[in-house]
Structures are given as C-alpha cells and as structure tokens.
Design a binder for this molecule. Structure first.
Ligand code: ZN
Length: 93
C-alpha cells in the first residue's frame, strides 16, 4: 500500500491532526530550504540525532527537520543540537 506523500511545504496548511502532533517551530530554528517542526515525542520511538549521534528518547520534545522536497528524509534533532548545527552553519544567533 502506497504511502501518502504530503507536500513538502505545509507552511500554510496545517496537517490534519492524525497521530503525530506537530507544532510550529520557533523562529530561531528556521533554516532556508528546510521545514522545521516541533514534536512532543510522546508517542515516538527513539531516533538517532544527526547532531550528536545519540538517541532522541521517546518522550523528549525535539525538532523534526525536513529538507524541502525530501519528505522521506526527515531527521529528528535534539533542540540544542539543532541550535549548535545552525551555529556551525553560521546561521545561529
Ligand atoms: Zn543530539
């Protein structure tokens, strides 16, 4: 059964509240070419954070980072790790 591909750009239309409560990320997290969402992580499974290579444990609020046009390539980042990454890219404050 085919997976539903949502449009990468969901900025104007909030996704229907299904299983994954997604929040609008704070402004400091925004990076051109990426869509950032906050998640509570409550129902999640553990994910590997690309920033520190540690697990983002279930129940940890964190960020979901999706490169525009790469819906399948979403990454789960610890919030502080994303902040560090932005700094590394020279985008942070
Ligand atoms: Zn991390």
């Amino acid at each position: 059964m085919p997976r539903k591909h949502r449009a990468a750009r969901e900025r104007s239309a909030p996704p229907p509240s299904t299983q994954r409560p997604l929040g609008v990320a704070p402004e400091w997290t925004i990076l051109d070419g990426f869509t950032i969402r906050t998640v509570s992580g409550e129902k999640g499974k553990p994910y590997r954070c690309p920033g520190c290579q540690q697990l983002v444990r279930a129940g940890t609020p964190h960020l979901v980072v999706v490169a525009d046009g790469d819906v399948e390539g979403r990454r789960h980042w610890h919030t502080p790790c994303w902040r560090t990454e932005l700094r590394r890219l020279g985008r942070g404050t």
